[in-house]
Write a protein that binds this ligand. Structure first.
Ligand SMILES: Cc1cc2nc3c(=O)[nH]c(=O)nc-3n(C[C@H](O)[C@H](O)[C@H](O)COP(=O)(O)O)c2cc1C
Length: 319
């Protein structure tokens, strides 16, 4: 079901296509920053979004890491949530009913420590009509077993992608890449060869912050994942690299993310080659920023004389 086009931008077409799923806006939530929609339904204007991406779910419930697990940094935040989540069964029973009522496509972010866990969750999500896609989290830096290893090794990334691909028919398969690698384009190529329908990038950078008086790491987990404005220029670079080297030649769309707070940030990602743009950490600062970003994007298109957002995707001039 598609919601009515908003009055403020009816003269420009903000619709994009992610591997056959139609989004009425290129803006999506970043996994883990908007829960399962229930906690935020009153705060975030869902109708400004093109799709809702859930927090990671795993086969079994996970308590996550000990506190403190979030710390603000000068230009972003560090989190070490550790994939705390209710687990598949509670997700289906308690969270899916609200997601079914959202008038937009839902992508469920799936994490696991073993390939069979990813496959079991993906198989079950095939039976949930409201779910249109799976975002495979092979890139969480805050869990000790599994997770990150899948995303930093091309062979393992391909293996988990192929296994989930084999059980995904209704749901599109989006693979979320880690920036904690030497060359993100290599991992992108491996998962595209293994059958990914779309890529999302980037997850957070492994980082740490220190309490200098106590001479201890601030996070109980010692390290966390850095997100927010500090990482945006690196994320834009990585999106551009993956777009030119892998995604454009393969015809695979990218959901770009990392530090998007204003419309001009989203435009950077679109010009660099992203088809859709995730907003995450900025929601903690201002949950209404999605509306401003959407309106600012429409203004930009008007200024540039473009009728459709698709006219600017990947149009960065390099000479
Ligand atoms: C508090 C927090 C929790 C997150 N949880 C998840 C998660 O469960 N799964 C996931 O794939 N990414 C998770 N992320 C990463 C974001 O989805 C996103 O990739 C990253 O934060 C970069 O975007 P941003 O700078 O706009 O936040 C989380 C990020 C934050 C800040």
């Amino acid at each position: 079901m598609e919601h009515e086009q908003r009055a403020a931008d009816k003269d420009v077409d903000l619709g994009v296509d992610i591997a056959g799923v139609r989004l009425t806006s290129p803006l999506v939530t970043c996994s883990g920053t908007c829960g399962y929609a229930d906690e935020y339904a009153d705060l975030v204007d869902i109708s400004a979004l093109g799709a809702f991406v859930t927090k990671s779910i795993t086969l079994e419930p996970r308590p996550g890491n000990d506190p403190p697990r979030v710390v603000e940094t000068r230009a972003g935040m560090l989190n070490a949530i550790g994939l705390a989540n209710v687990g598949l069964e509670a997700f289906l029973a308690e969270k899916v009913p609200l997601l079914e009522r959202l008038a937009l496509p839902v992508f469920v972010n799936v994490a696991g420590a073993r390939i069979d866990e990813y496959v079991a969750v993906a198989e079950r999500l095939e039976q949930v009509e409201a779910v249109r896609g799976i975002e495979l989290n092979i890139s969480c830096p805050n869990v000790k077993a599994g997770g990150i290893q899948f995303g930093t090794d091309g062979r393992m990334a391909a293996e988990v992608t192929a296994a989930v691909r084999a059980v995904s028919r209704k749901n599109i398969l989006i693979v979320k890449l880690s920036p904690n690698v030497t060359d993100i384009a290599e991992i992108a190529a491996a998962v595209v060869d293994a059958g990914a329908d779309a890529l999302s990038l980037i997850n957070t950078f492994t980082a740490m912050a220190v309490d200098i008086e106590a001479r201890r790491p601030i996070l109980a987990n010692v390290t966390g994942g850095l997100s927010g404005p500090a990482i945006r220029p690196i994320a834009v670079y990585m999106v551009h690299r993956v777009y030119t080297q892998v995604a454009r030649p393969a015809g695979v769309p990218i959901i770009g993310m990392g530090g998007v707070q204003y419309a001009r940030d989203a435009v950077e990602f679109l010009l660099a080659g992203a088809t859709a743009v995730g907003v995450g950490t900025a929601l903690f600062v201002d949950p209404r920023c999605i509306v401003d970003i959407r309106e600012g994007l429409a203004d930009y298109l008007r200024r540039q004389g473009c009728r459709r957002v698709t006219d600017i995707i990947g149009t960065l001039q390099l000479d």
